[in-house]
Ligand binder design. Structure first.
Ligand SMILES: CC[C@@H](C(=O)O)C(=O)SCCNC(=O)CCNC(=O)[C@H](O)C(C)(C)COP(=O)(O)OP(=O)(O)OC[C@H]1O[C@@H](n2cnc3c(N)ncnc32)[C@H](O)[C@@H]1OP(=O)(O)O
Length: 366
């Protein structure tokens, strides 16, 4: 197993022990049961006089196996519980039920193209409805995030909308059909899981905002590390006008990006944030030049976004992914847990091929 995979597992173990303290209890209980089993059921105890060899050797073997399994099981437990999700079956969230329901509202697609360069492009594709998320697109988004989680060569991700506009939120046809609170909350949990996992991916992600990012579309932009806005584009949390607040995690992430005062203004006033305002409040990380109009503009914007992202994704994948991993820990974890995670990620790189190569080449950072 590669060092970076190992460090990912350890990182998940930290998260798991932090967010699921009961794992600590099992870590303790499992060895205790093993010891009881060895001492009272071992053949040497069923004989007289008892020989110490079997229990001692068994305790040693079981302790090693226990440690290995337990440290892995907490991590893998977290992985099995859908790797970085907020809501799990343990917290009463039945993902399959809402998935079935969402699939009853088809239309559009969420397309993923992974490139050799380590940059992937995720396209929200439903132009007839300004790229609104149908139910099946929500399910597809979650599937694409799973694919990206398994993509060990990935360094960067561009999230865009098809046909020159970003995304107009939930498809109102689906919204009307599931307008009861129970289904609404389950849809919100499903999307919170998918978008949280999107933001936690160990690669640099950027939302390429052309045209409009409305409602859930505005929330999607906050699930990326960066936002690049094209001239004339708008990010607008229209939820207030819908008698709602954001539910896909957009408010929580927005506060972390622009601060609570700006978030209050944006949500309270359903403000239309243009590129200039986006830059001023820290929502946008860059504005595209985008002089091109018509059909060509989308391809140009994507090319520009790739070049913009290139300054962060230039270099070997393990290093790029490690950088995102330590920043992600700092974003989410308590100080001491994050410091330990940083130590482990650091340890996975120190003395590794890239590090040794850099030492040999005596790089100067002028
Ligand atoms: C759960 C709530 C929240 C969330 O998930 O967090 C949401 O996201 S709720 C959805 C919020 N979004 C909206 O309310 C968008 C409503 N639409 C508009 O404001 C406008 O359509 C537009 C996006 C500003 C575009 O306006 P314009 O350029 O004038 O085009 P059209 O209005 O003609 O739109 C073309 C076509 O697209 C359909 N459309 C647009 N958005 C949606 C949507 N979210 N759901 C379903 N359909 C949508 C629009 O109805 C037009 O279709 P036709 O009428 O069939 O031509």
């Amino acid at each position: 197993m590669s060092a970076s995979v190992n460090s990912q597992i350890r990182l998940r173990l930290y998260r798991s022990l932090h967010t699921q303290p009961r794992h600590l209890f099992f870590c303790f209980l499992n060895p205790v049961f093993s010891l009881l089993f060895v001492f009272f059921l071992s053949p040497s105890f069923l004989r007289y006089p008892p020989s110490p060899v079997f229990p001692v050797v068994s305790v040693m073997v079981l302790s090693a196996a226990n440690w290995h399994l337990l440290s892995r099981s907490a991590a893998w437990g977290q992985l099995l519980l859908r790797n970085g999700s907020v809501y799990t079956p343990a917290s009463g969230f039945q993902e399959e039920e809402i998935r079935e329901k969402l699939l009853a509202f088809p239309g559009g697609s969420v397309d993923l193209v992974k490139q050799e360069s380590g940059i992937a492009v995720l396209t929200v594709n439903h132009p007839a409805r300004m790229n609104a998320f149908s139910g099946s697109m929500m399910v597809e988004l979650e599937e694409r995030v799973s694919q990206l989680e398994g993509w060990m060569e990935g360094k960067g991700l561009i999230v865009q909308g098809a046909a020159g506009t970003f995304c107009s939120g939930s498809d109102l046809t689906a919204v009307r059909a599931i307008s009861n609170p129970q289904d609404g909350v389950r849809m919100c949990m499903f999307m919170q899981n998918a978008l949280t996992r999107l933001l936690r991916l160990p690669l640099f992600s950027v939302a390429l905002v052309e045209g409009r990012a409305l409602g859930g579309g505005a929330e999607l932009t906050t699930a990326c590390d960066f936002r690049l806005m094209a001239p004339g584009s708008v990010i607008q949390f229209v939820h207030k006008h819908m008698g709602l607040v954001p539910g896909w995690g957009g408010a929580t992430r927005l506060v972390r990006i622009v601060g609570s005062q700006n978030a209050l203004r944006m949500l309270g006033g359903a403000l239309k944030v243009d590129p200039e305002m986006g830059l001023r409040i820290g929502l946008a990380d860059g504005v595209l030049e985008g002089s091109q109009a018509g059909e060509e503009s989308g391809a140009c914007a994507l090319l520009e976004a790739k070049q913009w992202l290139g300054r962060y994704t230039e270099g070997p994948a393990p290093v790029i992914r490690a950088i995102k991993a330590v920043v992600q820990s700092g974003r989410e974890l308590p100080l001491e847990v994050s410091l330990r995670a940083e130590r482990d990620v650091f340890g996975s790189l120190w003395g590794g091929p890239v590090n040794l190569q850099a030492l040999v080449s005596k790089a100067k950072h002028k």
